[in-house]
Design a protein. Structure first.
Length: 106
């Protein structure tokens, strides 16, 4: 599978989210094509900041993305952040367990 290319505005949106400027990040993400998976990690981070997705659920979605493409832009950093948040909230975290087994092609 070809690598997912990082959009040109990825880092700018990421900085907005890190600064807590959710509204501007949301506006830029809203203008991006909803089917463009290159923004998946940023959308997950936004959802976590807004509280519409729990860190544990975000971890599961990140695992699915990284199984398809291990070097998904921003996925590892968000995985670590979501793992830390899930642990802080007392949720069981997959990252504190064993790594998921590789996906076998049928």
């Amino acid at each position: 599978m070809a690598d997912v290319e990082m959009p040109t505005d990825f880092e700018a949106i990421q900085r907005l989210l890190e600064m807590g400027d959710v509204e501007n990040a949301k506006e830029i993400l809203g203008a991006a094509d909803e089917q463009d998976e290159a923004y998946a990690v940023l959308r997950l981070k936004l959802s976590m900041l807004e509280g519409s997705i729990a860190p544990a659920a975000a971890l599961q979605k990140l695992i699915q993305l990284m199984r398809r493409q291990p070097n998904w832009p921003g996925a590892r950093a968000l995985f670590q952040e979501a793992s830390r948040l899930a642990y802080a909230e007392g949720q069981s975290s997959v990252s504190h367990s064993h790594h998921p087994p590789p996906v076998r092609e049928k």
